[in-house]
Design a protein around this ligand. Sequence first.
Ligand code: HEM
Length: 399
Amino acid sequence: MTPETRLPFPQSDALQNPPDVRRLQAQGPIHRVRTAVGDEAWLVTGYDDVRRLLDDGRLGRSHPAPETAARTGESALFGGPLGDFATEHADHARMRSLIQPHFSPRRMRALRPRVETLTSGLLDALAGHGSPADLHAELAVPLPILVICELLGVPYADRDRFRAWSEDAGNTRDHARSERGLGELYAYGLRLVAAKRETPGDDVISRLCATDGLADPVTDEEAAELSMGVLFAGHETTVARIGLGAMALLGNRDQWQALVADPGLVPAAVEEILRAPGSGDGGMPRYARTDFDVGGVTIRAGDLVLLDISAANHDPAAFADPDLVDVTRSGSGSAAAHLTFGHGARYCLGAPLARIELDVVFTQLARRFPSLELATDVGEVPLRHDTLTGGPAELRVRW
Ligand code: HEM
């Protein structure tokens, strides 16, 4: 069977669920597609199947013969297989056990006042700048970077450099650039680790380095890899989500007004802005570790399987009127059932932090800028197509 559908699916704007996804979903839960680089893959679009398979040990990120594996794109990080096929499960378990303690909901709650202070400082600057302004440059970009820098103990002054390397590493179209960015980021991580070993601070990298007494201490290489992994995973994702969230709420005036009128809706609105924006990129890549059947098809060991989180978040079987932005969803179809942070064994370790940042941002924005509106139509907001996270490149607003 030759797949007729090729990724990415066209979208008219970042809030829209691509019509091709709706068409595929109506046909069934799993489909043969071609990736952006022409390789064949399975695309899973049904909520129940995506949720189950996100937590299924028969799928992994590694491949026994990586050079022959189907690819989604040119990114050295997510374009193809990652890690060692023989040791993937143990390596992943160790990574989580080393990172998770530093990002527990309790630790993150203690960080909230600091996130509030950083946000209100940025909003003071926004007010000082005056209307109109670029919310992306003034708030969405600096906040997650300030937060992750403080947490990890990464100098904020280095932000332009590590952002450029992260962006290169996440480039989906140019493999050499992605490899170069990843290499630079890792070398930077090694320099930071050396500095923290010399002069430890009150931060995550210093604590990762302080494991010398353990039976299996963290090496410099491992500490650099873990820290840069968190730095990479923990800023552009949130930058994109603040921008997409502002688009979703300001682009649906009644929803913004509901939030301004009732700040108690912010936590539910945060879940809805995590759920509602659509994506046509195909979703989380996995490789089958063994043959198995799903949705009436047989997946063969080594096959590329794309778990389409955005499609799942718009499955009408799971969310009523999925294409509507509705900050009052409740019950079994409540927005919090979204899969935007993944599910199960690989569930996002930064989810508690990302939720706090989004909650603080939209609480303060609604209180201080109730008349905030988009200065352009949603469909005219320039979007980033060459990065893993997408989201707006600029977000003109006025008040
Ligand atoms: C709104 C912002 C964010 C989104 C949408 C997001 C999304 C995700 C998703 C979907 C996964 C699962 C990947 C998979 O199943 O393979 C993931 C994993 C991860 N995220 Fe996030 N993330 C966000 C923010 C953050 C932040 C702020 C941090 C760190 C401070 C972070 C750290 C991580 C880490 C370390 C993993 C790897 C977990 C594992 O492989 O076990 N993320 N994230």
